[in-house]
Design a protein around this ligand. Structure first.
Ligand code: DLL
Length: 436
């Protein structure tokens, strides 16, 4: 495995005691600011009878209230801002499925922090000033495009702000501009690979080496597919608008967990039912408190994302704690006949089966009182040309695997190649008809 550089060793390899002291100072400062500047937080803290003076150790974070997406929406658009309007230099928003978007603001210092955090993750993922980076995330209110853009420029890479969509043009740019790194959602990377293959592009002959993917959950098997088809090393990076955007955590070339920018964000993993911290190594909901943000600091923001902290040191030398890849969100988690199912678990099963393509839709419905799950999955061209008998055997095989791995029965329907919708950004793979 190629060794990756470390962008800011002072913080990325900071001894843990020193880091904790820094976090405590920054936490105290943040709590003080929100208490005096944001009426919402003042009220929330009064409710739980906590004042800034109560925060004497990092464990005292548990005395602070949680914040949720609903709180941000209720204070739409700028109610949680902690600085006067004239200090805001950028606004982004994340589109929700319903209603108003969640709005986030940045001061110049926030933008500088963000740029540095992206510089760290892209360096960790192999990108240097010799790279040409194609950013195929949407540029706009979504934090993906602009977020990655400035950080990649900051490390001195040549940045192509391709934005998402128009896949044929993406492929043209990739070839003509000798792109070495692709940045987008994993789903879009796969789509680019697919269209490229259709056009007869041999990715092995291109200088493309790195893929930096994030914005949605993806499985290890999906990573292997993308790496093979695009002939690259693919790393995962994670973030959310409410915290800063991308740059909250990212994998190094060890590809074994995402290092969290702990000097800027204090991470907790809690049991989503009791809100108590989970035991070491257990999965739970990721919660972040911002430590340096000026425009819109957040206390104990419930991300809804499910992961766990990883123990042990990373061979890359970074001391920043690692989290496992996010397996899904607890609000995306399907409960089918009482069994908790993450779409990513089904994806892993599908990708292990020869002939199944990584394009699928999960349809959940209810017949009487019984939940039903249908898995529609595309098959490869070769498989599709096979005899009916073989197709039936494959359907049975997929259903058996789902039953043995997840403990639920599913109706499996194989569909023709290229009939399931492709996505340029985040994929939507679940249709839940139960609550209509
Ligand atoms: O998706 C920020 C981002 C852009 C991250 C580009 C990485 C790359 P939002 O639109 O606010 O922000 O969506 C945040 O997306 O809570 C997760 O559920 C999901 N998510 C983001 N990155 C990952 C990832 C951006 N690497 C929500 N793995 C988060 C799994 C991810 N889920």
């Amino acid at each position: 495995m190629a060794a990756c550089g470390i962008y800011n060793p002072k913080y990325e390899v900071m001894p843990s005691e020193e880091l904790k002291e820094l976090q405590l100072r920054r936490l105290q400062d943040t709590v003080m600011k929100v208490y005096y500047r944001v009426p919402f937080y003042r009220r929330m803290m009064e409710k739980v009878k906590t004042t800034p003076d109560d925060i004497k150790s990092l464990d005292d974070i548990r005395r602070l209230p949680f914040t949720t997406k609903t709180d941000l929406r209720d204070n739409y658009p700028f109610g949680l801002f902690a600085v006067p309007d004239n200090e805001i230099v950028r606004i982004h928003a994340s589109s929700g499925t319903t209603g108003k978007p969640t709005v986030v603001g940045y001061t110049q210092k926030d933008i500088d922090t963000w740029r540095e955090l992206i510089a760290r993750i892209v360096t960790a993922a192999g990108v240097t000033n010799s790279d040409t980076v194609q950013i195929a995330f949407g540029y706009g209110l979504f934090t993906g495009g602009f977020g990655l853009h400035y950080g990649c420029e900051h490390v001195g890479a040549s940045v192509i702000p391709a934005s998402s969509g128009n896949t044929e043009r993406q492929l043209m740019l990739m070839q003509d501009f000798k792109v070495t790194a692709l940045v987008c959602t994993p789903t879009y990377a796969l789509h680019i690979a697919e269209i490229g293959e259709e056009k007869g592009i041999d990715f092995k002959k291109l200088p493309l080496r790195w893929g930096l993917f994030g914005g949605e959950p993806w499985s290890q098997s999906m990573r292997e597919q993308i790496e093979k088809r695009l002939n690259i090393t693919a790393t995962d990076n994670y973030g959310l608008s409410e915290i800063i955007g991308p740059g909250v955590s990212g994998e190094c070339l060890e590809q074994n967990g995402l290092h969290i920018a702990e000097d800027h964000f204090l991470a907790e993993i809690v049991d989503p039912d009791t809100f108590e911290p989970v035991h070491e190594g257990e999965k739970g909901e990721l919660v972040f408190t911002s430590l340096t943000k000026e425009a819109i600091p957040v206390l104990r923001y419930r991300t809804r994302d499910i992961t766990c902290f990883m123990s042990g040191e990373c061979p890359c030398g970074r001391t920043l704690k690692r989290m496992e890849r996010v397996s899904g969100r607890n609000d995306d988690m399907l409960i089918i006949r009482g069994v908790n199912v993450f779409p990513s678990q089904i994806e892993s099963v599908l990708l292990e089966i020869e002939g199944a393509e990584p394009h699928y839709t999960l349809i959940v419905d209810r017949k009487g009182t019984l939940d039903t799950l249908e898995v529609k999955v595309e098959v490869s061209e070769e498989m599709f040309k096979d005899e009916m008998k073989q197709m039936e055997a494959m359907e049975a095989k997929v259903a058996t695997r789902i039953q043995s791995v997840l403990g639920i029965s599913a109706k499996v329907t194989l569909v023709e190649p290229k009939t399931i919708e492709r996505f340029m950004g985040k994929a939507k793979r679940v249709i839940d008809r139960r609550n209509r």
